[in-house]
Design a protein around this ligand. Structure first.
Ligand code: NAP
Length: 198
């Protein structure tokens, strides 16, 4: 499962669990990107913090783990390089699925060495109900599954906005992640002293 996880929230966790169950996956590996291609770094927390928050968020699910493959590689995080790395690590016969937001999947034809991707993995595009995935070229369409997850009404953008305004983020993400955000004053949080220890 790829994303910036800036920060990780219950929408991501519910998506991962629903997909794991529906596709009978052996495991779900969360891959915080170092730098997402085509995007600036506006309000992007340092990768070590996003990695740590992801670790804290998944610690109660034995099927979940976190990979630092993209963070260690640095530079732009190209999914093709990551999937190639996983194929080498887990063996050619291992079936890989790349799970991420449907907005991102819609852009796949523009990704680096995109034509190689369907030979490496299938795609699972997660969206909130009602989202219509832009028609992909057949080559990618054949390998893409759209999954609706109501919990994706929660979004990292909204959480960052709330923090900026000093609004509560309780119940939108795991409590340990909430405390971590206040402890390290991520996303211009001014309310650390009010929240830490509660
Ligand atoms: P993003 O800015 O974090 O996310 C874009 C949208 O998708 C947001 O609405 C986001 O919601 C949602 N989303 C992201 N990750 C999700 C997840 N795991 N489950 C459900 N929804 C998710 O990320 P992005 O830049 O679009 O990149 C997404 C993934 O695609 C990353 O792994 C990135 O490396 C990969 N990618 C690869 C290439 C390439 O290889 N050339 C190009 C672009 C993207 P939230 O904000 O709530 O997370």
């Amino acid at each position: 499962m790829g994303g910036t996880f800036n920060p990780i929230h219950y929408g991501h966790l519910v998506t991962a669990e629903v997909v794991r169950d529906r596709f009978k996956l052996d495991k779900v590996i969360f891959i915080p990107s170092y730098r997402t291609p085509y995007k600036g770094r506006i309000n992007l927390a340092p990768s070590r913090h996003r990695y740590k928050m992801t670790k804290l968020a998944i610690e109660n699910n034995g099927y979940f783990s976190v990979s630092d493959i993209e963070i260690k590689r640095r530079g732009k995080s190209y999914t093709r390089d990551t999937m190639k790395g996983f194929k080498e690590r887990f063996g050619k016969k291992t079936k890989l699925f790349f799970i991420t937001g449907a907005d991102a999947i819609a852009q796949i034809p523009k990704w680096k060495k995109a034509e190689e991707l369907p030979t490496l993995c299938e795609f699972i595009a997660a969206s909130r109900p009602g989202f219509r995935l832009k028609k992909l070229p057949p080559r990618y369409q054949r390998h893409t599954h759209l999954i609706e997850v109501p919990a994706l009404a929660i979004s990292s953008t909204n959480i960052r906005r709330r923090l900026k305004k000093g609004e509560t983020i309780k119940y939108l993400l795991p409590e340990k992640v909430e405390k971590y955000i206040y402890k390290y004053r991520l996303y211009s949080s001014q309310r650390e002293s009010e929240h830490v220890g509660k």
